[in-house]
Design a protein around this ligand. Sequence first.
Ligand code: CAA
Length: 255
Amino acid sequence: MATIRTETQGRVAIIRLDRPQALNALNRAVAEEIAEAAEGFDRDPDIGCIVVTGSDKAFAAGADIKEMQPAEFRDMIRENWFATWDRFTAIRIPTIAAVNGYALGGGCELAMMCDIILAGDKARFGQPEIRLGVMPGMGGTQRLTRLVGRSKAMELCLTGRMMDAAEAERSGLVARVFPAADLEAEAIAMAAEIAERSRLVTMMLKETVHRADEVSLSEGMRFERRLFHAMFALEDQKEGMAAYIEKREPRFRRD
Ligand code: CAA
């Protein structure tokens, strides 16, 4: 792996962006390597949650401007530029972005592709593409709008300004903020807790919450109810509820 480093801690996988010379800018190699690593962890029953992180200075400072600058419309269409990221959003186990430093442009968009965003108190978020003569292209206009609302998403995308971690938390982009030095340990601890639950139920829960972005309330409710019913075909429902009644810790299946 040339642009990322991966490791596992128990049932948690960590994908660390590692292009310090470019503030972890996301080129095509990064997209391919993240997709491949995440797909491997998704298939591995010994892994229950993925943490995506960067460095203290940058989670990722955006898509790689130097790679994109000479590209023509023909290249964009032929390669379906950024479509590789669809492989990451198709990952079924939960994903957590742990953001220290800059999460700009594609960096902010990668964080938003994750299921939970945790931030260090020095993190900075923004969609500065407008300043480059383009707009977000890795989901920013859609996911940011759903997360923070239209007015704030418009303001951020049209001005390209950065917001700090406190504002990002207030506006609903970020789930929780930690002191920068504690962020990684906190993210891994949260991931470890999630990874202890029923792997299949966390997958079904993730899919159901993401349905909320796609369908009407009544269709979403219907989808939720049907998958809730389906959970009663899993041993994990019997075990989880029995453990509660018997006042002991549940032992969920891992496969
Ligand atoms: N692409 C390519 N290289 C980048 C980069 C990016 N997105 N961001 C930073 N770098 C490079 C810089 O060019 C610089 O390289 P050189 O040493 O060769 O000049 C190196 O990383 C270090 O960066 P700086 O010297 O600029 O560091 P700084 O601390 O002074 O500034 C920064 C930090 C404010 C984040 C600044 O680097 C910056 O503004 N970066 C670009 C942010 C941006 O516009 N992102 C959006 C990209 S477009 C996009 O993402 C489209 C999309 O929707 C997917």
